[in-house]
Write a protein of this length. Sequence first.
Length: 400
Amino acid sequence: MEAYIYDAIRTVRGKGNKKGALIGTTATELSAQVLKALRHKHDLNTELVEDVIFGCVTQAKDQAANIAKSAAQQSGYGDHLCGVSVNRFCGSGLEAINQAAAYVKSGFRDCIIAGGVESMSRVSMGSDGGGFLMDPMQAVDGSMIPQGISADLIASKYGFSRADVDAFAYESQMRASKAEAEKRFVSRIPVTDINGITVLATDENIRPSTTKEGLLKLSPSFEMMGAMGGFDQVAIDKYPEVEEMLHVHHAGNSSAIVDGASCALIGNKEVGEKLGIKPRFKIRACAIAGTDPTIMLTGIGPASKKALKQAGMKASDVDLYEINEAFAAVVLRAMDDIGIDHSVVNVNGGAIALGHPLGSTGCMLTGTVMDELERKNLSTGLISLCIGGGMGIATIIERV
């Protein structure tokens, strides 16, 4: 049985700090707005939707107590609608889609909404605590270091200079600025307040005025942490071929902290006929891969190769890639690992320019590549994200 994506919708992304436009909008409300937009767009018979699977990384405060069920209840779909929240760190939004696809392909469910949400202005990273962050034995056993230093380790090990990562970041901003100007983000909705007044209508973090000279002036974000915390030495002990850590990442070439929500309608062929909606894409393959927890962020290549093998495809068979720009060196390494050119990767910019609302990003990337494949009359897309702790996730979709 095939699993189809009938549609995907996302909110605009707001800066995830006290000055961000969406700080007054809860994660539940962000989630409910994409669900309501989906219902309104298709005049959806909501009784046929059985479940909501939502990714959310920091499940604390506003986002605690099963945010997916809270969103389902606030959506107006009906009391029958169930909800479950999942956390595969940065891969959570794509994990939600993959779980929904598995349910549909198995025949256990007919119609599911999958997606994710993160309100990073209201619920800061790490505020949920947990052994991953707090237990020193986990750090010792896995030679765990902070993600930013892992990104710098990738740059140091694979030879990506400060000029390389800044050039990548600049290109992300330019591509996103062009996409915004040309109105390519067609599946994006504004966020409104309780009175229906627009709070934010465009992605707040895009900086078209970015220059390479300006990026060069930014100080490395993880140099002091690496030296004073001893993390550089942990990395070098694990990878002795790295003689010296090069700290090349900063706020301008790392993913931006933002708020946002997204959802995708996933179901079998029969439910689409009942709903009167034509499928846009089918899900060809889903994969995860574990990697070394020290270098941590190299899972995109292994997961993508695993998905390609599952689908019986080569890297060149994929028309467009959406790879999460957690840090610039992460994507540079992934492109080398998979054997693909930047011309087919993140053609409308990525998280460096647009932002990375943790639990939502995977679904947002899926919608972005769907829109672009249709715009360019292409067929196949691959979505992939690196994941904290040493994991990667990938999904291949094909246009119907």
